[in-house]
Design a protein around this ligand. Sequence first.
Ligand code: ATP
Ligand code: MG
Length: 392
Amino acid sequence: MTIKTNTERITFHDAIATMEVDFANMTFADAAQVDTMYDEIESRLTETGRRWFFLVIYTDCVIAPEAWDRFAERGKNANINHGLGSVRVGATAQTRDAIRQSAGQESFRSNIYDSRDQALLALGEMRKRKRDMQAATEEAFLRVENVSLSFGGVKAITGVSFDIKRGEISSIIGPNGAGKSSMLNVINGVYHPQEGAITFLGNVRRQMNPRAAATQGIARTFQNIALFKGMSVLDNIMTGRNLKMKANLLQQAFWLGPAQREELEHRVKVEEIIDFLEIQHIRKTPVGRLPYGLQKRVDLARALAMEPQLLLLDEPMAGMNVEEKQDMCRFILDVNDQFGTTVLLIEHDMGVVMDLSDFVVVLDHGEKIAEGTADEVRSDPVVISAYLGASH
Ligand SMILES: Nc1ncnc2c1ncn2[C@@H]1O[C@H](COP(=O)(O)OP(=O)(O)OP(=O)(O)O)[C@@H](O)[C@H]1O
Ligand SMILES: [Mg+2]
């Protein structure tokens, strides 16, 4: 029989978030031997920088009475520092008793199984429980709950609910007049729904105004570009910083003290965004003179200048040619990647939606008819018939 080194006794199974430790045929005669093994375990765990489930094999492992206390102590510490839970296999009657006893004292679950298969099943259960618990406690980043909105007799949105996760790119799709833009307008406080609530970062509200939404970190671009056409690109982007400017108007007018310093800080931020979106060459150009695709990019720059946590984009690629669309796609992915900004966009081009979205909500006639991954909704018969029935 070949004897395993301590290093060979430790295996990380990434797919099931499990570290397997094989104590089979080992003898721990004293505390020093326990330390040698556990030092190796601790250092390997520390290296990974994350927590693991533990699958511990005890087949024909002997822990001498002199070593037992140290063994229990080191095991417990590894669990506290790096563990998500442990399952144990193959312990002898004596070891079982010792594990059960220390479990009783320290109030952890002893989780001892006869075979590795049983242990793996138990591990699956533990992982599922943990996931469910996390899902239940994880506060929704943006939660839209039972929102209804009408204009006089026109029902724009009827009882729509969905959750947006932090850090994801999500899309709202649907035929013309489905209520997509209205939904964004509810989220950023331009429209006030008659029913329902919006929860953003734990704050529940029925109504809010666009300024309050912006202060909370929600920025928005519009289906019809809302820029000052006569003003330069740079000045338009600076308007995105207004909310963050603290100095009063008088100070600004005289270019004094804190106002001067503040203005400079804002300029630095704006320059960063100009670099990021590759629009240095047009910074002085009046927006009205730019081709449509570039105007859309400047609108994105203005929204980014607010340093939002949630970026709402209403048809960011509408009216663009293929090349401009590809650029915009890349910028949206880069914003999400590099700034960690959560993105919710409306888009008609299904190719773009497929490429970009982690999650898709489908509206039709103001109602949610489907949600899921891009692949899921694309093959949903209800979605297909909504699109076929709609005149585009
Ligand atoms: N300010 C408003 N006043 C009256 N009716 C409105 C208003 N805004 C939207 N509506 C109506 O609400 C419904 C949904 O419109 P919305 O603009 O949200 O649709 P959409 O999905 O964004 O459509 P599109 O793809 O054409 O942009 C439409 O019937 C529209 O006419
Ligand atoms: Mg719209």
